[in-house]
Design a protein around this ligand. Structure first.
Ligand code: FAD
Length: 452
């Protein structure tokens, strides 16, 4: 069997970030990507927090094909024909080192693939991996490590050491396989490295890219040239289901999409589809004027890992490491959605740990354990741990029904001058707060909000 130092399964941000570091370390690394090119199949909302990954591979980000630096943030609550928007524009979001940029994956992933190639790595598109090979010649399934970021204390369950991959008729061996196949984890769950993601821990994202001239985008979102906006929508947009919509401004397009809990969508009696929710949002008075005149140039759908740290599987074993979405490293914290920064950082730390393990001549779980240690010390597992209670909080339906309804109603009442005499502003305000926010249910919610 042909053999290389490292095989990376999946040329998304996690896999490419690992491959770039491994190539830089002088290892023979091969990325196998099933798409026509890296990024061809990859979907994101569209904002990468560079603040946390800037110091990893600093040379990469200067020339990266980012779209716009996000300088304006808005969150809009929608209910019954009303929208209340809270917006912040802060100098510290932008400047010389913006905290985040909007991105288009087809461009960003290809850029990383090119840099990986220049560093000496091999990126092979149109190559679908069919199975992970384990010691003893098997592609067998096994018990695997349980969820919960368990310790780096063993291999892939009953399957034995991971020794390579099979793609069609070809088998290729490797000292280490980097599993970067993304959220569904088909190969890794089949090989017993993780559990198959449950619908309850997964959301469905549906997104359109709508082309608009740069000057129109800057006018509509009050932006200086090169600056960008991020807007989230919650409330009636998901018809009571967990989730929300997002809008990011790119250079000459808008990324507009919706993310909704997979289990809740699946169990609806009316067979509603996520694209129908987005269609309704697009024609709503809140969004229609923003996208007026724009042309849809792309649409896509993708799963999103929402299980949080409790669903992070064992991160490594004999001969393999798991990175990015394949390892459940993603965080929807309602007002921030993150996964790309975790993908890049996990790829980076995997590369460092694999290079060290190779240098020490030990690519067993014990030899690769530095990967998990580094992730635990980095923002990746720390932030997931901090947000450990967020997935449970998002199951609270009132977040998507009662609060948007109550907030928009209160705001509308405050701004309404009726035909009769107007009551004191304090009476309208406090009356609304008392009616909607001071009861047993909201008190219980306040207690649970304190935990996040
Ligand atoms: C709608 C939506 C909105 C999001 N919004 C944001 C956001 O605004 N900010 C943010 O940071 N994160 C966001 N995320 C999450 C983020 O996109 C992911 O966390 C990130 O893409 C994970 O990168 P990855 O490299 O681990 O996986 P992926 O990008 O999914 O890459 C996996 C790669 O593996 C390849 N592959 C899979 N199976 C095989 C196989 N058998 N053989 C060969 N290749 C294979 C795939 O083709 C793909 O290229 C969003 C996600 C969605 C779906």
């Amino acid at each position: 069997m042909e053999k290389v130092d490292v095989i990376v399964v999946g040329g998304g941000l996690a896999g490419l970030s690992a491959a770039y570091g491994l190539a830089q370390a002088g290892l023979e690394v091969m990325v196998l990507e099933r798409g026509d090119y890296p990024g061809a199949k990859n979907v994101t909302g569209g904002r990468l927090y560079t603040s946390v990954v800037r110091d990893l591979y600093p040379e990469l980000w200067e020339g990266a094909p980012f779209e716009r630096a996000v300088t304006r943030e808005a969150i809009s609550m929608l209910a019954d024909g009303r929208m209340a928007t809270f917006e912040i524009a802060a100098e510290e979001f932008g400047g010389r080192r913006p905290q985040s940029f909007t991105v288009v994956r087809a461009k960003l992933d290809q850029y990383l693939a090119e840099r990986t190639g220049e560093a000496g790595g091999m990126v092979i598109p149109k190559m679908k991996v069919d199975a992970l090979l384990t010691e003893g010649g098997s592609e067998a399934s096994g018990a695997g490590g349980g969820p919960g970021a368990s310790g780096a204390d063993g291999g892939p369950g009953a399957s034995g050491r991971v020794i390579g991959i099979r793609a069609g008729e070809d088998e290729i061996g490797a000292d280490v396989v980097v599993v970067a196949e993304g959220v569904l984890g088909l190969l890794s769950s089949e090989a017993g490295l993780r559990e198959r993601p449950a619908a309850a821990d997964t959301a469905l994202g549906y997104k359109e890219v709508i082309e608009l001239p740069a000057s129109v985008i800057e006018d509509r979102w009050h932006l200086n040239p090169g600056e960008g906006a991020a807007q989230l929508f919650m409330g009636s947009v998901t018809k009571g289901m967990m989730g929300g919509a997002f809008l990011y401004t790119n250079r000459e397009s808008i990324s507009l999409g919706i993310v909704v809990g997979m289990e809740q969508l699946r169990s609806r009696p009316d067979e509603l589809e996520s694209w129908q929710l987005l269609d309704e949002l697009k024609t709503s008075p809140a969004v229609a004027p923003l996208i007026k005149g724009g042309e849809v140039i792309e649409y896509s759908a993708h799963a999103v890992a929402e299980g949080g740290i409790a669903k992070v599987p064992r991160l490594l074993g004999d001969g393999y490491v798991m990175v990015g979405d394949a390892a459940g490293l993603s965080l929807n914290a309602l007002i921030t959605v993150r996964g790309m920064d975790f993908a890049i950082a996990s790829g980076y730390h995997a590369a460092q740990a694999i290079a060290a393990a190779k240098a020490a001549g030990d690519t067993s779980a014990a030899g690769l354990a530095g990967y998990e240690r580094a992730l635990r010390e980095s923002f990746v597992l720390k932030d997931l741990q901090t947000a450990a209670k967020v997935p449970a909080l998002l199951e609270n339906q009132r977040l998507f029904t009662h609060y948007p309804e109550a907030v928009t109603k209160l705001m509308a009442d405050i701004f309404t001058i009726g035909p009769g005499p107007t009551e004191k502003l304090s009476k309208t305000g406090f009356g609304g707060v008392r009616r909607s926010f001071l009861n047993l249910a909201t008190a219980k919610d306040a207690l649970s909000f304190r935990k996040i």
